[in-house]
Write a protein that binds this ligand. Structure first.
Ligand SMILES: [Zn+2]
Length: 415
């Protein structure tokens, strides 16, 4: 039996919202000028832990804690159950004994977005939608396209002209109709008109100021918290999460809050938003209850390049006594990407390597201690944007087939 109560509510004012209003945010807060996503509500009294139901694949083994009606078969590509890897060599470099990377690039479309989209697509089926629509710079679009294909739904993706070719090709290969626009706000205008006119179901946010993605889908991220606690046997002390609109922050914090409500853990980790443009950092510095808009900018971590966060993202940081680390310098992000790959064998997208760059920043300003249990969320693979890393790597030398030529390019005798 699902523990989901069948409705949603506003995290700020508690206003109850039925499923047919799930994508509009809280109407009460909107009248007061607040742009806030709602979230599904569960009854967590008397839950036996672990609440996993192993007859279902992927994250649907947690279906009782997801906002879905139980059914015999969920649409799943066996997402989730990604490894929590001890980063020993990297930990040694940083002077840390208990550092881990949760490698979300092992998901079916190589990013953590599969968790969000898996839940959202099952919800789309449940609600009888025939088309899903989203705005995406790539990862969410690829995930949506793949799960829509599996579910037999039509998928329309609004993307940006500037996103890497791999991202566009992936989305198209899974059968999505991909349309590019020149700016983020342009995508939302046409997307909201299509939703209103044609009844398409949104997977991503489409409002300005943003409220975040499909609230059912966001709860797919709760499973990251469940898995980390299951693997570690406890909550870590700190979790670094690459953040744009903060769906990951919000969903993961909700997962830890579930575990606290059920009595599995006494407290969750401090969530630290790793971001390139510093929107959360600015909101925290201003002690602002609502997100603050910072200057837009280009960054190699384009999947997280939003100049404004969301209420839910900020709330997750504050509820976890967390923080934000802004890393605006591409060279630091690319160095972190190279370190993860060359020390731990993990080739991450620059937006995912942001988590490591943010950890380095937090160690330097002493907001995180070397003796703490720290997890980096590796959100996506470097293969999504190989061009980014190629700019930081030397050309591959071509040599004559002799040891002397080999020694010349290696710089010394190979050991
Ligand atoms: Zn409200």
């Amino acid at each position: 039996m699902t523990l989901y109560r069948g409705y949603l509510e506003c995290p700020r004012c508690g206003h109850r919202v039925e499923e047919d209003g799930a994508f509009d945010g809280c109407p009460v807060c909107a009248r007061a000028g607040w742009s806030i996503n709602v979230h599904p509500v569960y009854d967590l009294t008397d839950v036996d832990w672990p609440a996993a139901d192993l007859k279902y694949p992927g994250i649907f083994r947690w279906h009782r804690l997801l906002p879905l009606v139980e059914r015999t078969k969920f649409v799943s590509l066996n997402e989730g159950s990604t490894p929590l890897l001890p980063a020993l060599r990297l930990g040694h470099l940083l002077g840390m004994d208990r550092l881990y990377v949760k490698d979300e690039s092992r998901n079916p479309t190589w990013s953590y977005k599969d968790r969000l989209v898996a839940v959202a697509v099952n919800k789309a089926q449940e609600l009888g939608a025939d088309t899903i629509v989203l705005s995406s710079t790539g990862n969410q679009g690829a995930a949506a396209a793949a799960y829509a294909a599996l579910a037999g739904l039509r998928c329309v993706v609004f993307t940006l002209e500037s996103v890497p070719l791999t991202m566009k090709l992936l989305m198209q290969s899974y059968g999505a109709e991909v349309i590019a626009l020149r700016s983020g706000p342009q995508r939302w205008t046409v997307m909201s008109e299509a939703i209103a006119e044609w009844g398409w179901m949104p997977i991503s946010g489409f409002r300005d100021p943003p409220i975040g993605s499909n609230p059912f889908g966001i709860d797919g991220y709760k499973t990251i918290a469940y898995e980390i606690v299951q693997d570690l046997g406890a909550a870590p002390e700190v979790l670094f999460i690459p953040a744009a609109y903060g769906d990951g922050l919000a969903g993961i914090q909700r997962g830890f809050e579930d575990l606290m409500a059920i009595g599995v853990i006494a407290r969750g980790p401090r969530l630290i938003a790793a971001e390139p443009l510093g929107a959360y950092r600015a909101a925290l510095a201003d002690n602002a209850e609502m997100p603050v808009r910072v200057e837009s900018g280009s960054t190699v971590a384009f999947s997280t390049a939003t100049p404004i966060g969301t209420y839910q993202g900020l709330r997750a940081i504050r509820a976890s006594s967390g923080d934000a680390q802004a890393v605006g310098d591409d060279s630091r992000i690319l160095a972190a990407q190279k370190t993860l790959a060359s020390q731990e064998g993990l080739y991450m997208e620059p937006s995912a390597a942001l988590a490591l760059a943010a950890l380095e920043g937090a160690l330097a300003d002493r907001t995180v201690g070397h003796d703490e249990v720290v997890v980096l969320l590796g959100t996506s693979t470097g293969l999504k944007d190989v061009q980014a890393s190629s700019s930081a790597l030397p050309e591959v030398p071509v040599i004559e087939p002799s040891l002397s030529a080999l020694s010349r390019v290696l710089g010394d005798r190979p050991s």
